[in-house]
Design a protein around this ligand. Structure first.
Ligand code: PMP
Length: 285
């Protein structure tokens, strides 16, 4: 991704793609002092753009730094990069971090806070699983307790176990991994929230130790508008055997059906298809 034409917004200016670099003594690289957003533009407009900018600011505050731009400034910057990319359907990555500076230790109050925004083309996150249904591994790593890490920040440090989980899953021929939480309840995938269907009603884990995704909230709204009952609750592993359908939600994943988790199988059913289609319509409307 580093060797290509184009521009990346960096600290307030547009920088040629190949020159958008940071120093190896960047604090974030050593201590994970970084937060980011994943967004998608459809027909030239970023879906729920403001919510993403607000979450980025909030994520930084949760890990103890302030992004030196207002939500309005971030909105303008994203629009500028998107326009410069010439793309109408695109993935938008905003990232903010503690840079290199006087502090090389854990504390970093004197180092500058930096920010960048890049835009590129990114098709279906799970490839053809989007239609066929994804196969998920079950990760050995658990989503951590909110007492051990600010679980609601979209912060780099929370993704270390996600990368490890996804690598293990891919080695087994799976698209992704489902993770339990620190108490053993079903939590989410490595970059997407999870939903289940049983007897026409929907069950989804309470987001009390992981990201309450913007797509998750959108899909819950869509289900409620249709009169579908949604139960946000703690889900035990043994319940997986009783669910009929399953899907993942996320900005990159959109609504992706799940066909298998470990040894449990699910049908790509009518409600899953309807929600995936409605989501597609909504983001383009
Ligand atoms: N959980 C994790 C760990 C994620 O990385 C994402 C993607 N941002 C989500 C859930 C879904 O969040 P959203 O719908 O806001 O993209």
């Amino acid at each position: 991704y580093d060797d290509r034409d184009g521009f990346i917004w960096m600290d307030g200016v547009m920088v040629p793609w190949r020159e958008a670099n940071v120093h190896v003594l960047t604090h974030a690289l050593h201590y994970a002092s970084s937060v980011f957003e994943g967004e998608r533009a459809y027909n030239g407009k970023i879906f729920k753009s403001r919510e993403h900018s607000e979450r980025l600011k909030r994520s930084a505050q949760l890990i103890d730094f302030e992004i030196p731009y207002t939500v309005d400034e971030i909105e303008a910057a994203k629009a500028e990069v998107l326009k410069a990319s010439g793309l109408s359907d695109a993935y938008v990555r905003a990232v903010a971090w503690r840079g290199a500076g006087e502090d090389m230790g854990v504390a970093s109050a004197r180092n500058p806070v930096r920010m960048a925004i890049a835009v590129w083309e990114w098709g279906a996150y799970y490839g053809d699983a989007k239609t066929k249904g994804a196969k998920l591994d079950i990760s050995k790593w658990k989503r951590p307790s909110p007492e051990t890490i600010p679980s609601h920040a979209k912060a780099a440090g929370l993704y270390m176990i996600c990368t490890m989980s996804k690598h293990a899953a891919e080695a087994k021929g799976c698209s992704d991994a489902m993770m339990y939480d620190h108490r053993g309840y079903v939590a989410e995938a490595t970059g997407a929230n999870i939903f289940f269907v049983k007897d026409g009603e929907v069950h989804t884990p309470t987001p009390d130790c992981f990201l309450n995704g913007i797509t998750r909230q959108t899909v819950i709204g869509m289900l409620k508008d249709r009169g579908v009952k949604v139960h946000e609750r703690h889900i035990m592993p043994e319940e997986l055997a009783g669910f009929e359908q399953c899907w993942l939600t996320g900005t990159a994943a959109e609504v992706t059906p799940v066909g298998q988790i470990g040894d449990y199988t699910f049908e790509v059913g009518t409600l899953t298809r309807e929600i995936a289609d409605s989501y597609e319509k909504l983001v383009r409307s």
